[in-house]
Design a protein around this ligand. Structure first.
Ligand code: ADP
Length: 482
C-alpha cells in the first residue's frame, strides 16, 4: 500500500495532481462516450424508423388491393440496405401479409405489435422498429429488424479516443504539475536539508533564506528565530561552562593544596610530638621508679593517670602518623592477599588466642596493591572484629574475596555487636567512635585509615550490619591502578 508519509513531498504532490487530473478526465470521457453512444443509437433508430415509414407508405396500395407480390417486391428493395435483417408486413388483423429475410438470415418470429406507431425493442445491437400504415384507415403494420451497423467498432473507437485523451492529459498534467510545484517543493526540500544540516552538525548559526511572504517563508523565519535563540542560549551556556570549569579547577586546586597542607601539618605535628612525648613518658617512668615511695596516695594516683594518658597519647599519635603516611608511598606490586592474611593473623596472635577467635578464610587472590597498606587494612578490620565481639559468644570472622571484571570484592564478616543503621557512614570519619574509650579501647582512626587505603587502591569501603547480628565490611580493590 502506498504510504504518503514515507514518500517525498515532491512525489506526493505530483501523484495527487495526477490522480485529480485522471479522475476529472475519466469522468469527462465516460460522460462523452456514453452520450455519443446514446446519440449514435438514437440516430440509428430514427433512420430505421424512416425506412419503416417509407416501406409502410409504399406498401399501402399493395395492402389495400391485397397484392402480396407487390408487397414482397417492395420488401425486396430492402436488400440495398444490408443492416435490415428481417422485415414483415402484417395486415390489419395482425396476420403476416409479406415477409423479407436478408440472405443468410434466419426467419425471425416478430412479436405482435401494440397500438403505438413506433415500437422499438432494444436488443443490444439489434433493434425492432414498426410503422402502422394508415391510408387513411388502418391497413396494417410494417416491422423491421435491423442491426446497429458498426456498433462495436464505434464503441471501441470511442474507448480508444478516451484512452488517448486520458494518456495525453495525464502527460500534460504531469509536465504542468512538475513545472508548477517545482518552486514550492524545491523550497520545502531546501528547508528540510537545512534542518537536517542543523541537527547533524549542531551548528546553530545556519540560517534559512526568507524571501517571499508565503507559509514556507514564515516557517523559515520562525525556524531562523528559534535557531537564533538556541545560538544565544548556547553561547551563554558555553560561557557559563567555561567559567564553571575554571572555578571547579580553582577550587579543586585550593582544596588539594589545603588537604596537602593539613596532611603535612598532621604528619609533622604527630612526628614532632613523638619526641617530647617520649621525654614525658621516660621521665614519668623515672618518677614512678625512683620517687613513687615518696609520693602519697594522691600523688601516686596522679602519676598513674599521667602514665595512662601518655600511653594513650602515644597510641593516638602513632595512629595519626600512620593515617597521614598513607599514600606517601604509592608503589604497587604483586601482592598475595592470602599471605597478608597469614601475617596479620600472626601479628594478632595474642588477641586471637585470648579471645578464642575462629578465623575462616576462603582462598584470597594475588593482586596489584601496596603491601604495607593492605596489611594495615587487614589488621584494622580483624582487630575491630575481635574488639567489638559479642559478650559470651566465641568470635567468628569469615574472610572471602570475589573476582569481578574490573575489581576484587573482599568481605570481612563477624558475629559481633553490630552497628546501628544511622552510624554506618559516620564510623569511617576520623575520631568518630560509637563507644566510650573505657568500654572499648581505641582512637577512632582505624576505619578512616581503612578508607584512605581503599581509596588509594581506587576502591570503596562500606558496611552492612544490624545491631546484635554482626557486621560485614566490604571493600573493593581496582584491578587497573594506573
Ligand atoms: P576504633 O576501633 O579505634 O574505635 P575505628 O575507626 O576502627 O575506631 O572504628 C570506629 C567505630 O566503628 C568503632 O568505635 C566502633 O563503634 C565501630 N566499629 C568498627 N568496627 C566494628 C565492628 N567490627 N563491629 C562493630 N562495630 C565496629
Amino acid at each position: 500500500m502506498f504510504n504518503i508519509e514515507n514518500s517525498s513531498i515532491r512525489k506526493n504532490l505530483i501523484l495527487i495532481q495526477l490522480a485529480t487530473a485522471f479522475m476529472a478526465v475519466l469522468i469527462c470521457c465516460v460522460f462523452f462516450v456514453y452520450n455519443d453512444i446514446r446519440i449514435y443509437k438514437e440516430t440509428s433508430v430514427k433512420t430505421k424508423q424512416s425506412i419503416a415509414e417509407i416501406v409502410g407508405m409504399s406498401t399501402a396500395p399493395a395492402l389495400g388491393f391485397l397484392d402480396r407480390d407487390a408487397a414482397k417486391q417492395m420488401l425486396l428493395k430492402l436488400k440495398s440496405n444490408p443492416t435490415i435483417l428481417n422485415a414483415v408486413i402484417l395486415d390489419k388483423e395482425g396476420k403476416e401479409f409479406a415477409r423479407y429475410n436478408k440472405a443468410g438470415e434466419e426467419a425471425f418470429s416478430f412479436p405482435a405489435t401494440g397500438a403505438q406507431t413506433v415500437d422499438q425493442s432494444d436488443m443490444g445491437q439489434r433493434i425492432l422498429v414498426s410503422y402502422k400504415i394508415h391510408d387513411p384507415d388502418f391497413l396494417g403494420t410494417v416491422i423491421l429488424r435491423a442491426e446497429l451497423s458498426g456498433f462495436t467498432e464505434s464503441v471501441l473507437n470511442y474507448v480508444k479516443i478516451a484512452a488517448f485523451i486520458l494518456v495525453v492529459s495525464l502527460v500534460a498534467a504531469f509536465l504542468i504539475s512538475t513545472f508548477l510545484q517545482r518552486d514550492i517543493t524545491n523550497r520545502l526540500l531546501a528547508f528540510v536539508a537545512k534542518t537536517q544540516e542543523v541537527s547533524g552538525t549542531n551548528d546553530f548559526s545556519i540560517r534559512l533564506p526568507t524571501t517571499g511572504k508565503d507559509e514556507i517563508s514564515t516557517l523559515s523565519a520562525a525556524f531562523n528565530n528559534m535557531l537564533g535563540q538556541i545560538e544565544k542560549m548556547q553561547g551563554v551556556l558555553k560561557q557559563n561552562n567555561v567559567q564553571l570549569e575554571r572555578r571547579v579547577r580553582q577550587r579543586t586546586a585550593e582544596l588539594e593544596a589545603a588537604n596537602k597542607e593539613l596532611e603535612r601539618f598532621v604528619y609533622v605535628a604527630s612526628h614532632d610530638l613523638q619526641e617530647p612525648l617520649r621525654t614525658i613518658t621516660n621521665y614519668t617512668g623515672l618518677i614512678e621508679k625512683g620517687y613513687a615511695a615518696q609520693l602519697d596516695e594522691k600523688g601516686n594516683r596522679y602519676l598513674a593517670s599521667t602514665l595512662k594518658a601518655t600511653a594513650r597519647m602515644r597510641v593516638l599519635i602513632k595512629d595519626l602518623l600512620e593515617l597521614s603516611r598513607i599514600g606517601k608511598d604509592a608503589r604497587f606490586t604483586q601482592v598475595d592477599t592470602g599471605e597478608i592474611l597469614k601475617e596479620t593473623i600472626g601479628q594478632l596472635n595474642a588477641a586471637i588466642e585470648e579471645s578464642e577467635t575462629n578465623i575462616i578464610a576462603s582462598p584470597l587472590p594475588v593482586l596489584q596493591g601496596n603491601e604495607v597498606e593492605l596489611k594495615l587494612l587487614f589488621q584494622n578490620l580483624i582487630s575491630n572484629a575481635i574488639k567489638f565481639k559479642k559478650k559470651g559468644a566465641q568470635p567468628v570472622i569469615q574472610i572471602s574475596a570475589e573476582e569481578k571484571p574490573t575489581h576484587y570484592l573482599f568481605a570481612f564478616k563477624d558475629n559481633g555487636i553490630g552497628i546501628e543503621e544511622q552510624y554506618k557512614e559516620r564510623i569511617f570519619i576520623v575520631f568518630q567512635r560509637l563507644h566510650n574509650k573505657d568500654e572499648y579501647a581505641g582512637t577512632g582512626i582505624g576505619l578512616a585509615t581503612c578508607q584512605k587505603i581503599v581509596a588509594m587502591h581506587k576502591g570503596e569501603i562500606w558496611v552492612e550490619s544490624s545491631p546484635g547480628a554482626g557486621s560485614t565490611f566490604y571493600f573493593t580493590i581496582q584491578k587497573d591502578l594506573k
